[in-house]
Design a protein around this ligand. Sequence first.
Ligand SMILES: Cc1ncc(COP(=O)(O)O)c(C=O)c1O
Length: 405
Amino acid sequence: MPELNLDFVRSLYPAKCWDWAFFENAGGSYVPESVITRVTDYMRQTQVQPGASYEASAKAAQRIALGQRLMAELIGADSDEVIIGPSTTTNIFVLSKAFAEFLDPGDEVIVTNLDHEANIGAWRRLEQHGIKLKEWPVDPETERLQPETLDDLLSDKTRLVCFSHCSNILGGINDAKAITRKVHDAGALVCVDGVAYAPHRAIDVKELDVDFYVLSLYKLFGPHVSLLYAKRQHLERLPAQNHYFLDDQIPLKLNPGGPNHEFTAALVGIADYFDALAAHHLSQPPNTFKARADAMFEIMSAHEDKLAARFNDFLASKTAVRLFGPGGARTPTFSFIVDGKASSEIATELEKSKIAIGCGRFYANRLVDALGVNNPEDGVLRVSMAHYNTMDEVERLITALDGVL
Ligand SMILES: Cc1ncc(COP(=O)(O)O)c(C=O)c1O
């Protein structure tokens, strides 16, 4: 497998990105020029209401449809099974409204305390409709979701289990396919939060057999919009949440307000980016966009693993550091606290060396509380890497952090 050519990768982004060593990628990734160009092209050339027959309008509609189609292809879905909404929080919120009408009082829904609140809070509100909520808690020893614990929670009343493919704090990867199989065997559906997973690994929703899958495209090198995948059979059955005359329109029936035009059109720029990477790294790039992106994810994650191993070794060598998260399969996201020092103080100290890391609870408040962080308000420090980070940047981070410690 070829090594990732970091000079080439970084040449595809605005040069200013590299002024800082940026390790807050789980908050939102950088955006390559290809995406920026697609936004401005859309707004310069097709700034009209899409869908009419005059030239600019027809072209606008084509651009939006292409963005949606390519993102669907990226995760192995059909175009009409994918909703592009303003955010994952909003997409799940709308989905939960549909479930509020679809489920009956006494039905059960399971949520975790490990997820970002986006995949917890909206579901918990179903209690107002007589639906029973159960919590699948993170295991305090392993800092994982234990499948055996789920066995005890599943019942013949369970209708939906909501969990994440990867925690935005712990970095640990859950076996979404095995969990989904278990839930399906119990006769229920799954809603999987793939936001923290999607920037690091290829996804195939059909392979995973998930019912609903969400990811935020602004963490996947795109503009600030998000994707909700739903199996077509569910889209057909779920009560519509849009204008009454759109009830039959899949997937628009679950996308009130419709997609953001210029940002959905700009999603083509994510495909342009992967295609440029594939053309550079692969001697014979595969024929489909999905295959090219999947091949690039292998090369990108191999590079990420090297950065992660180096940083993990450094943290492990520091007795004052408490690193959270399970061993085993993980993304390059590390959360930790330091004995005797406020997390916010450390983050601010690193900024003096133009190093950006995260600090706080990252909307996974229930998880931070469950981990027993001494000062939950101060939260954890989070170093989250992306494929475009270099080993030099990791060394800079280690040197600066070592100084602060
Ligand atoms: C794992 C995870 N899920 C959901 C969200 C919410 O995404 P959005 O900002 O698109 O609502 C985030 C955002 O940080 C996240 O990290």
